[in-house]
Design a protein around this ligand. Structure first.
Ligand SMILES: *Cc1c(COP(=O)(O)O)cnc(C)c1O
Length: 368
Protein backbone atom coordinates (compact mmCIF):
# COMPACT_ATOMS: atom_id res chain seq x y z
CA UNK A 1 0.00 0.00 0.00
CA UNK A 2 1.24 3.47 -0.87
CA UNK A 3 1.96 5.78 2.05
CA UNK A 4 -1.07 7.67 3.31
CA UNK A 5 -1.52 11.19 2.02
CA UNK A 6 -3.17 13.35 4.67
CA UNK A 7 -5.10 16.54 4.03
CA UNK A 8 -2.79 18.88 5.95
CA UNK A 9 -0.45 17.18 8.42
CA UNK A 10 1.92 19.18 10.64
CA UNK A 11 5.30 19.97 9.07
CA UNK A 12 8.05 20.67 11.56
CA UNK A 13 11.10 22.70 10.57
CA UNK A 14 13.58 20.65 12.62
CA UNK A 15 14.31 23.48 15.09
CA UNK A 16 11.30 22.81 17.34
CA UNK A 17 12.93 20.27 19.67
CA UNK A 18 15.95 22.52 20.11
CA UNK A 19 13.70 25.36 21.31
CA UNK A 20 11.62 23.00 23.45
CA UNK A 21 14.85 21.86 25.15
CA UNK A 22 15.69 25.51 25.85
CA UNK A 23 12.24 26.03 27.33
CA UNK A 24 12.81 23.04 29.63
CA UNK A 25 16.24 24.30 30.66
CA UNK A 26 14.76 27.67 31.62
CA UNK A 27 11.98 25.79 33.52
CA UNK A 28 9.31 28.07 32.06
CA UNK A 29 6.88 25.15 31.84
CA UNK A 30 4.00 27.59 32.12
CA UNK A 31 1.47 29.59 30.12
CA UNK A 32 3.96 32.45 29.91
CA UNK A 33 7.70 32.82 29.40
CA UNK A 34 10.37 33.93 26.92
CA UNK A 35 9.08 31.80 24.01
CA UNK A 36 5.58 33.21 24.38
CA UNK A 37 7.11 36.69 24.08
CA UNK A 38 9.22 35.63 21.08
CA UNK A 39 6.28 33.95 19.34
CA UNK A 40 4.18 37.10 19.76
CA UNK A 41 7.08 39.23 18.47
CA UNK A 42 7.53 36.94 15.45
CA UNK A 43 3.85 37.39 14.51
CA UNK A 44 4.00 41.16 15.03
CA UNK A 45 7.06 41.42 12.78
CA UNK A 46 5.78 39.11 10.08
CA UNK A 47 2.28 40.57 9.83
CA UNK A 48 3.38 44.12 10.60
CA UNK A 49 0.90 44.62 13.47
CA UNK A 50 1.83 46.45 16.68
CA UNK A 51 0.16 44.08 19.18
CA UNK A 52 -0.26 40.33 19.53
CA UNK A 53 -1.46 37.89 22.21
CA UNK A 54 -0.74 34.16 22.02
CA UNK A 55 -3.72 32.03 23.11
CA UNK A 56 -4.54 28.35 23.63
CA UNK A 57 -6.30 28.31 20.25
CA UNK A 58 -8.03 30.57 17.75
CA UNK A 59 -11.51 29.80 19.10
CA UNK A 60 -10.41 31.32 22.43
CA UNK A 61 -8.84 34.29 20.62
CA UNK A 62 -12.18 34.97 18.90
CA UNK A 63 -13.94 34.74 22.25
CA UNK A 64 -11.54 37.30 23.71
CA UNK A 65 -12.09 39.52 20.66
CA UNK A 66 -15.85 39.60 21.21
CA UNK A 67 -15.43 40.18 24.93
CA UNK A 68 -12.99 43.10 24.65
CA UNK A 69 -15.08 44.69 21.91
CA UNK A 70 -18.02 44.69 24.30
CA UNK A 71 -20.20 42.14 22.49
CA UNK A 72 -22.63 40.58 24.95
CA UNK A 73 -26.06 39.06 25.47
CA UNK A 74 -28.55 39.84 22.72
CA UNK A 75 -26.11 41.70 20.47
CA UNK A 76 -26.32 40.83 16.79
CA UNK A 77 -23.03 39.54 15.34
CA UNK A 78 -22.76 39.13 11.58
CA UNK A 79 -20.56 36.30 10.35
CA UNK A 80 -19.45 34.45 7.24
CA UNK A 81 -21.69 31.42 6.87
CA UNK A 82 -19.19 29.41 4.81
CA UNK A 83 -16.71 28.61 7.57
CA UNK A 84 -15.73 26.27 10.38
CA UNK A 85 -17.66 26.20 13.67
CA UNK A 86 -14.64 27.57 15.60
CA UNK A 87 -15.20 30.82 13.74
CA UNK A 88 -18.59 31.47 15.30
CA UNK A 89 -18.89 29.36 18.49
CA UNK A 90 -17.79 32.34 20.60
CA UNK A 91 -20.89 34.27 19.50
CA UNK A 92 -22.86 31.68 21.49
CA UNK A 93 -20.39 31.79 24.41
CA UNK A 94 -21.27 35.50 24.68
CA UNK A 95 -25.02 34.80 24.38
CA UNK A 96 -25.02 37.03 21.33
CA UNK A 97 -27.16 36.45 18.22
CA UNK A 98 -25.41 35.18 15.07
CA UNK A 99 -26.54 36.42 11.64
CA UNK A 100 -24.97 34.40 8.82
CA UNK A 101 -24.05 35.82 5.43
CA UNK A 102 -23.54 33.73 2.30
CA UNK A 103 -20.55 33.78 -0.05
CA UNK A 104 -20.16 34.99 -3.63
CA UNK A 105 -18.77 32.94 -6.51
CA UNK A 106 -15.81 35.29 -7.16
CA UNK A 107 -14.18 34.75 -3.79
CA UNK A 108 -16.12 31.87 -2.12
CA UNK A 109 -16.01 34.31 0.80
CA UNK A 110 -18.57 36.72 2.27
CA UNK A 111 -20.59 38.52 -0.40
CA UNK A 112 -20.25 42.29 0.19
CA UNK A 113 -23.68 43.00 -1.35
CA UNK A 114 -25.33 40.53 1.03
CA UNK A 115 -23.61 42.31 3.92
CA UNK A 116 -25.69 45.41 3.11
CA UNK A 117 -28.80 43.26 2.87
CA UNK A 118 -28.11 41.64 6.24
CA UNK A 119 -27.63 44.99 7.96
CA UNK A 120 -30.95 46.21 6.51
CA UNK A 121 -32.77 43.05 7.63
CA UNK A 122 -31.22 42.70 11.10
CA UNK A 123 -33.73 42.99 13.98
CA UNK A 124 -31.40 45.59 15.50
CA UNK A 125 -28.16 47.30 14.53
CA UNK A 126 -25.42 44.64 14.33
CA UNK A 127 -22.40 45.37 16.50
CA UNK A 128 -19.71 43.22 14.88
CA UNK A 129 -18.78 41.16 11.85
CA UNK A 130 -16.62 38.02 12.02
CA UNK A 131 -15.18 37.70 8.54
CA UNK A 132 -13.49 34.44 7.51
CA UNK A 133 -10.76 34.22 4.88
CA UNK A 134 -11.61 30.72 3.70
CA UNK A 135 -8.96 28.13 2.88
CA UNK A 136 -6.36 30.89 3.08
CA UNK A 137 -7.96 33.08 0.38
CA UNK A 138 -8.76 36.71 1.15
CA UNK A 139 -12.31 37.99 1.24
CA UNK A 140 -12.95 41.25 -0.62
CA UNK A 141 -11.89 43.42 2.29
CA UNK A 142 -12.25 46.93 0.87
CA UNK A 143 -16.02 47.05 0.25
CA UNK A 144 -16.62 45.00 3.40
CA UNK A 145 -14.55 47.41 5.51
CA UNK A 146 -16.28 50.42 3.96
CA UNK A 147 -19.71 49.01 4.83
CA UNK A 148 -18.64 48.19 8.38
CA UNK A 149 -17.22 51.65 8.85
CA UNK A 150 -20.34 53.30 7.41
CA UNK A 151 -22.59 51.43 9.85
CA UNK A 152 -20.28 51.56 12.89
CA UNK A 153 -19.79 47.78 12.93
CA UNK A 154 -16.52 46.45 14.36
CA UNK A 155 -14.63 44.01 12.16
CA UNK A 156 -12.99 40.83 13.48
CA UNK A 157 -11.01 38.92 10.87
CA UNK A 158 -10.95 35.16 11.24
CA UNK A 159 -7.60 34.57 9.54
CA UNK A 160 -7.24 31.15 11.24
CA UNK A 161 -6.60 29.55 7.84
CA UNK A 162 -4.92 32.47 6.11
CA UNK A 163 -1.64 33.30 7.85
CA UNK A 164 0.62 34.59 5.08
CA UNK A 165 -2.20 35.61 2.73
CA UNK A 166 -2.15 39.22 1.55
CA UNK A 167 -4.71 41.72 0.26
CA UNK A 168 -3.12 44.57 -1.72
CA UNK A 169 0.19 43.68 -0.11
CA UNK A 170 -0.91 43.74 3.54
CA UNK A 171 -1.52 40.65 5.66
CA UNK A 172 -4.97 39.16 6.17
CA UNK A 173 -5.83 39.53 9.84
CA UNK A 174 -4.44 43.08 10.07
CA UNK A 175 -7.31 45.03 8.45
CA UNK A 176 -9.96 44.65 11.10
CA UNK A 177 -10.26 45.99 14.63
CA UNK A 178 -8.88 42.60 15.66
CA UNK A 179 -7.63 39.54 13.78
CA UNK A 180 -7.07 35.92 14.69
CA UNK A 181 -4.67 33.18 13.52
CA UNK A 182 -4.71 29.46 14.34
CA UNK A 183 -1.86 27.00 14.88
CA UNK A 184 -4.00 23.89 15.18
CA UNK A 185 -2.56 20.59 13.99
CA UNK A 186 -4.05 20.95 10.50
CA UNK A 187 -3.19 24.59 9.75
CA UNK A 188 -0.33 25.90 7.60
CA UNK A 189 1.79 26.20 10.77
CA UNK A 190 1.14 24.06 13.82
CA UNK A 191 2.03 24.26 17.50
CA UNK A 192 -0.25 21.20 18.03
CA UNK A 193 -2.77 23.71 19.29
CA UNK A 194 -2.49 27.47 19.55
CA UNK A 195 -3.85 30.79 18.43
CA UNK A 196 -2.98 34.46 18.17
CA UNK A 197 -5.00 37.63 18.56
CA UNK A 198 -3.58 40.66 16.75
CA UNK A 199 -4.55 44.30 16.48
CA UNK A 200 -3.45 47.89 16.04
CA UNK A 201 -4.97 49.09 19.31
CA UNK A 202 -2.57 48.07 22.08
CA UNK A 203 -5.17 48.82 24.76
CA UNK A 204 -7.51 46.19 23.30
CA UNK A 205 -4.80 43.54 23.23
CA UNK A 206 -3.75 44.46 26.79
CA UNK A 207 -7.36 44.04 27.88
CA UNK A 208 -7.51 40.66 26.11
CA UNK A 209 -4.31 39.62 27.91
CA UNK A 210 -5.96 40.57 31.21
CA UNK A 211 -9.06 38.44 30.46
CA UNK A 212 -6.89 35.59 29.15
CA UNK A 213 -5.04 35.51 32.50
CA UNK A 214 -8.09 35.09 34.80
CA UNK A 215 -8.74 38.85 35.06
CA UNK A 216 -6.39 39.28 38.02
CA UNK A 217 -6.23 42.84 39.32
CA UNK A 218 -2.83 44.40 39.98
CA UNK A 219 -2.74 43.63 43.70
CA UNK A 220 -0.36 41.37 45.69
CA UNK A 221 -3.26 39.03 46.56
CA UNK A 222 -5.75 37.79 43.96
CA UNK A 223 -8.41 40.47 43.60
CA UNK A 224 -11.24 40.08 41.07
CA UNK A 225 -13.62 42.74 39.85
CA UNK A 226 -14.40 40.88 36.61
CA UNK A 227 -14.20 37.26 35.50
CA UNK A 228 -11.78 36.10 32.84
CA UNK A 229 -10.48 32.88 31.30
CA UNK A 230 -7.41 30.69 31.33
CA UNK A 231 -6.60 31.16 27.67
CA UNK A 232 -2.85 31.84 27.44
CA UNK A 233 -0.51 29.68 25.38
CA UNK A 234 2.05 27.41 27.03
CA UNK A 235 5.70 28.43 26.73
CA UNK A 236 6.46 24.91 25.43
CA UNK A 237 3.99 25.24 22.58
CA UNK A 238 5.21 28.77 21.90
CA UNK A 239 8.71 27.29 21.46
CA UNK A 240 7.25 25.20 18.63
CA UNK A 241 5.62 28.35 17.28
CA UNK A 242 8.91 30.25 17.18
CA UNK A 243 10.49 27.47 15.11
CA UNK A 244 7.44 27.31 12.84
CA UNK A 245 7.49 31.06 12.21
CA UNK A 246 11.05 30.72 10.87
CA UNK A 247 9.63 28.78 7.90
CA UNK A 248 6.33 30.57 7.26
CA UNK A 249 7.37 32.01 3.90
CA UNK A 250 8.66 28.62 2.78
CA UNK A 251 5.37 26.99 3.81
CA UNK A 252 3.27 29.52 1.90
CA UNK A 253 5.45 29.01 -1.19
CA UNK A 254 5.08 25.22 -0.84
CA UNK A 255 1.28 25.38 -0.52
CA UNK A 256 1.12 27.61 -3.58
CA UNK A 257 3.40 25.25 -5.48
CA UNK A 258 1.18 22.27 -4.64
CA UNK A 259 -1.85 24.22 -5.88
CA UNK A 260 0.01 25.07 -9.11
CA UNK A 261 0.84 21.38 -9.67
CA UNK A 262 -2.81 20.39 -9.18
CA UNK A 263 -3.86 23.12 -11.56
CA UNK A 264 -1.36 21.97 -14.15
CA UNK A 265 -2.59 18.38 -14.01
CA UNK A 266 -6.32 18.99 -13.64
CA UNK A 267 -6.84 22.48 -15.03
CA UNK A 268 -7.70 21.15 -18.49
CA UNK A 269 -10.57 19.07 -17.10
CA UNK A 270 -13.91 20.81 -17.79
CA UNK A 271 -15.41 18.93 -14.88
CA UNK A 272 -13.21 20.85 -12.42
CA UNK A 273 -13.12 24.46 -11.16
CA UNK A 274 -10.51 25.54 -8.61
CA UNK A 275 -11.16 28.00 -5.81
CA UNK A 276 -10.53 31.46 -7.27
CA UNK A 277 -8.16 34.12 -5.97
CA UNK A 278 -9.35 37.74 -6.13
CA UNK A 279 -7.22 40.22 -8.11
CA UNK A 280 -4.63 42.03 -5.99
CA UNK A 281 -4.71 39.29 -3.38
CA UNK A 282 -2.39 36.39 -2.77
CA UNK A 283 -3.78 33.50 -0.78
CA UNK A 284 -1.65 31.00 1.09
CA UNK A 285 -3.50 28.12 -0.67
CA UNK A 286 -3.64 26.35 2.71
CA UNK A 287 -5.78 23.66 1.09
CA UNK A 288 -6.24 23.08 -2.61
CA UNK A 289 -10.03 23.07 -3.06
CA UNK A 290 -12.17 22.58 -6.14
CA UNK A 291 -15.69 21.89 -7.32
CA UNK A 292 -17.00 19.32 -9.81
CA UNK A 293 -19.59 20.08 -12.49
CA UNK A 294 -21.41 16.74 -12.33
CA UNK A 295 -19.44 14.24 -10.25
CA UNK A 296 -20.47 13.63 -6.64
CA UNK A 297 -17.54 14.75 -4.45
CA UNK A 298 -18.28 11.93 -1.97
CA UNK A 299 -17.77 9.42 -4.77
CA UNK A 300 -14.34 10.96 -5.45
CA UNK A 301 -13.57 11.07 -1.72
CA UNK A 302 -14.35 7.34 -1.30
CA UNK A 303 -12.32 6.44 -4.37
CA UNK A 304 -9.31 8.43 -3.10
CA UNK A 305 -9.73 6.81 0.33
CA UNK A 306 -9.51 3.35 -1.28
CA UNK A 307 -6.05 4.46 -2.46
CA UNK A 308 -5.09 5.68 1.02
CA UNK A 309 -5.57 9.35 0.15
CA UNK A 310 -7.44 11.63 2.52
CA UNK A 311 -9.81 14.27 1.12
CA UNK A 312 -12.82 16.05 2.61
CA UNK A 313 -15.94 17.92 1.55
CA UNK A 314 -15.87 21.72 1.82
CA UNK A 315 -17.17 23.28 5.05
CA UNK A 316 -20.90 22.84 5.51
CA UNK A 317 -22.30 26.39 5.77
CA UNK A 318 -23.35 27.49 9.24
CA UNK A 319 -26.88 28.43 8.12
CA UNK A 320 -27.35 24.79 7.02
CA UNK A 321 -26.20 23.32 10.35
CA UNK A 322 -28.85 21.79 12.64
CA UNK A 323 -27.36 23.90 15.46
CA UNK A 324 -28.33 27.05 13.57
CA UNK A 325 -31.58 25.92 11.93
CA UNK A 326 -33.44 28.91 13.34
CA UNK A 327 -30.59 31.42 12.99
CA UNK A 328 -30.85 34.64 11.00
CA UNK A 329 -29.19 34.42 7.59
CA UNK A 330 -29.10 35.85 4.07
CA UNK A 331 -28.19 33.51 1.24
CA UNK A 332 -28.29 33.20 -2.52
CA UNK A 333 -27.44 29.52 -2.30
CA UNK A 334 -23.77 29.96 -3.21
CA UNK A 335 -22.14 28.23 -0.25
CA UNK A 336 -24.80 25.48 -0.31
CA UNK A 337 -23.88 24.87 -3.94
CA UNK A 338 -20.13 24.91 -3.22
CA UNK A 339 -20.65 22.50 -0.32
CA UNK A 340 -22.65 20.13 -2.53
CA UNK A 341 -20.04 20.10 -5.30
CA UNK A 342 -16.69 20.74 -3.59
CA UNK A 343 -13.73 18.81 -2.24
CA UNK A 344 -10.47 19.60 -0.37
CA UNK A 345 -7.42 17.73 -1.64
CA UNK A 346 -4.29 16.71 0.28
CA UNK A 347 -2.12 19.81 0.52
CA UNK A 348 0.53 18.97 3.12
CA UNK A 349 3.71 20.93 2.51
CA UNK A 350 5.86 17.78 2.54
CA UNK A 351 4.10 16.67 -0.65
CA UNK A 352 6.25 16.22 -3.73
CA UNK A 353 5.24 16.44 -7.36
CA UNK A 354 4.84 12.62 -7.46
CA UNK A 355 2.37 12.70 -4.58
CA UNK A 356 0.26 15.32 -6.36
CA UNK A 357 0.36 13.20 -9.54
CA UNK A 358 -0.79 10.16 -7.57
CA UNK A 359 -3.81 12.09 -6.24
CA UNK A 360 -4.59 13.41 -9.74
CA UNK A 361 -4.40 9.95 -11.33
CA UNK A 362 -6.93 8.51 -8.88
CA UNK A 363 -9.08 11.61 -8.96
CA UNK A 364 -9.38 11.35 -12.75
CA UNK A 365 -10.36 7.68 -12.44
CA UNK A 366 -13.28 8.77 -10.27
CA UNK A 367 -14.66 11.44 -12.60
CA UNK A 368 -17.90 10.65 -14.37
C1 LIG B 1 -9.31 26.16 12.56
C2 LIG B 1 -10.26 27.28 12.48
C3 LIG B 1 -10.71 27.96 13.61
C4 LIG B 1 -10.40 27.51 15.01
O1 LIG B 1 -9.07 27.44 15.27
P1 LIG B 1 -8.57 26.64 16.59
O2 LIG B 1 -7.17 27.14 16.77
O3 LIG B 1 -8.62 25.18 16.23
O4 LIG B 1 -9.46 26.99 17.70
C5 LIG B 1 -11.54 29.05 13.45
N1 LIG B 1 -11.92 29.45 12.23
C6 LIG B 1 -11.53 28.83 11.11
C7 LIG B 1 -11.95 29.36 9.81
C8 LIG B 1 -10.70 27.70 11.20
O5 LIG B 1 -10.36 27.05 10.10
Amino acid sequence: MNKRLFLSPPHMSGREQHYIAQAFESNYIAPLGPFVDRFEAAIRDYTDTPSALATVNATAALHLALRVLGIGAGDVVLASSFTFIGSVAAILYQNAVPFFIDSDHQSWNLDPTLLEEAIAKAPKKPKALILTHLYGQCADLEPIMATCKHHGIVLIEDAAESLGATYKGAHSGTFGDLGVYSFNGNKILSTSGGGMLVGHDKALIDKARFYATQAKEATPHYEHIEYGYNYRLSNILAAIGVAQMEVIEERVAQCRQIFAWYQEELGGTEEITFMPELPQTQGNRWLTTLTFERTDPLHVMHHLESHNIESRPLWKPMHAQPLFKDALHVSRGVSDDLFARGLCLPSGTQMQRDDVSRVCTHLKEALS
